[in-house]
Design a protein around this ligand. Sequence first.
Ligand SMILES: [Zn+2]
Length: 254
Amino acid sequence: MALIVDKEHLGCSEGSWLNSGHFATLPPLGPLRARRIVVVAPHPDDEVFGAGGVIQRALVQRIPLALVAVTDGEASHPESKAAVKFGLAEKRHRESIEALRRLGWNDPAITRIHLPDSDVRGHQEQLREKLATSLRPDDLCVAPWRFDGHPDHDVCGQTAYESCRATGAALLHYFVWTWHWADPNGSDIPWDLCRRFDVTRRERARKRWATGAFETQVRAIGPERADAGILPEALLRRFWRAFEIYVDETEAIL
Ligand SMILES: [Zn+2]
């Protein structure tokens, strides 16, 4: 399945998701309990899009946080000659730091693995080793769903799943691309494992503010005016909801 995102390919509308009736009936996630929360981000921005609410709540609860930045996201503008000149990888890393600061996470603990964007699968062992040596039984790992639909997301989710099984850490999966391709009325999403994490008005506002920090993803970069690589607002709205949805696979793991 190829993910195409542009003004002609906006995926499932946010209205369709909200009207699907699924969200209101989901059980709440419950309070966060962990020695530490380890967020796995395939690309700089996934941590905020997928888990910006949980990150903020962890900060309030003074639960230590760590971010594993799997790639630098250097392939987000494959057609753009400006991307390399622009220093896209470092720029995206700085955007992530700024976005996390907007969530209240100053001086975030980020472990960068620098795996090649779009080829995490070819370097999965490095990710596996990093997670296996880092995760502990009383940690909570927050990673993309293993069927999120982007190859890097799927591998990160699967590796997190296996690493949590091996170490005994708890696991929550977040969605990013699933909202784009899945059918609200179909069986793409494992609703029986989904939990709803309500965010406060303040958390929601800060999360929206934080998504604006990813300038290379929401505006044209360099001198090029093309739309390529830009995430439309219709897509970003999925991450501005009053709640986040997580797949809780902890029971299946432990
Ligand atoms: Zn991503």
